[in-house]
Ligand binder design. Structure first.
Ligand SMILES: NC(=O)c1ccc[n+]([C@@H]2O[C@H](COP(=O)([O-])OP(=O)(O)OC[C@H]3O[C@@H](n4cnc5c(N)ncnc54)[C@H](OP(=O)(O)O)[C@@H]3O)[C@@H](O)[C@H]2O)c1
Length: 277
């Protein structure tokens, strides 16, 4: 059966393409710019824009399963296209904030509305709600290139961050095995860590004397507003400064679904150490 992976160049999608290919599945990778992409042998490349559901017509031909990212311009239109194509399974990535369905919080809202679109599309769905990704540590790369001090927003907020490879492992099972339909999986890593804890692990793995310092909230806000719409900055401040989202609880889901414990931040850092060098 052909599986369409959206976000195929991203943290989750790229790992999912690999996991599905290794499991012997037929995989089609949706990308926006095929010239900029290399995929494992045998993977079909197809061009499309998730903000324009009609652009996915070719991508969906013959597809039985779709791994879908949330939050694009017309999720109901996208899901309608997917249903019309006869897709049997949609595995939708959202996040823990989908459960809150807080329409005053831009992130919670787009996650919840993406889930709602899938529920209302009359297509078999599975929702994956991961906590913060371990790959968010790659945001520290520019600082690590210039020195050993890493200044971070929300320094007092712990999260049971998850390795994208574990999210991909759960997605691969949900796309290729029975029993996942209509279910929601809250996915965490094995430990609840502060940014300073993660930086201490990175220091050990990289053999560097790294230090972590919290950014004052005003400075954090200014930096974030330079890279994302202000409504998202407000959403993250609501989560992490007002404390409306707690991502610190460690859950057994990855172990239960995959049969192996979730990967630690140290394992993630060792796997991605070259990116930091
Ligand atoms: N970071 C976290 O802690 C966290 C936690 C929970 C949930 N999430 C959610 O996870 C999702 C994916 O995360 P990620 O880390 O895998 O993302 P990522 O590495 O930033 O990758 C995003 C992917 O989406 C593709 N893409 C972006 N806009 C597109 C469009 N209009 N049409 C088609 N493809 C498009 C990108 O392709 P190109 O190569 O074309 O750019 C890329 O492959 C996000 O939606 C985020 O909200 C993140």
């Amino acid at each position: 059966m052909m599986i369409l992976v959206t976000g195929a160049t991203g943290n989750i999608g790229s790992q999912l393409v690999t996991a599905l290919t290794q499991a012997g599945q037929q995989v089609r990778a949706l990308v926006r710019d095929p010239k900029a992409v290399t995929m494992p042998p045998g993977v079909q490349l197809v061009t499309g824009d998730l903000n324009q559901p009609d652009s996915l017509a070719d991508a969906l031909v013959g597809v039985r399963g779709v791994f879908l990212l949330p939050g694009y311009a017309d999720m109901p239109g996208l899901l309608a296209r997917i249903r019309q194509a006869g897709v049997q399974r949609v595995v939708l990535l959202t996040s823990g904030s989908a459960a809150q369905a807080d329409m005053n919080n831009a992130v919670s809202r787009f996650m919840a509305l993406s889930e709602r679109a899938a529920r209302e599309a009359d297509v078999p769905w599975t929702f994956l709600r991961p906590r913060a990704f371990m790959s968010n540590a790659l945001r520290w790369l520019p600082q690590l290139r210039t020195g050993d001090l890493v200044r971070v927003p929300f320094a007092g907020v712990a999260a049971a961050a998850i390795d994208p490879a574990d999210i991909a492992a759960v997605a691969a099972l949900a796309l290729t095995s029975d029993g996942y339909e209509g279910r929601i999986y809250e996915l965490t890593g094995p430990d609840s860590l502060l940014p300073a804890d993660q930086i201490a692990v990175l220091a050990k793995v990289l053999g560097r004397d790294l230090r972590c310092e919290g950014l004052p909230n005003e400075e954090a806000r200014a930096q974030m507003e330079a890279s994302m719409p202000v409504e998202y900055v407000d959403a993250f401040f609501s989560f992490y400064v007002d404390g409306t989202l707690d991502e610190s609880q460690v859950l057994p889901t990855v172990q239960e679904v995959t049969g192996h414990p979730p990967r630690t931040f140290e394992q993630w850092a060792e796997t991605h150490a070259d990116a930091f060098r």
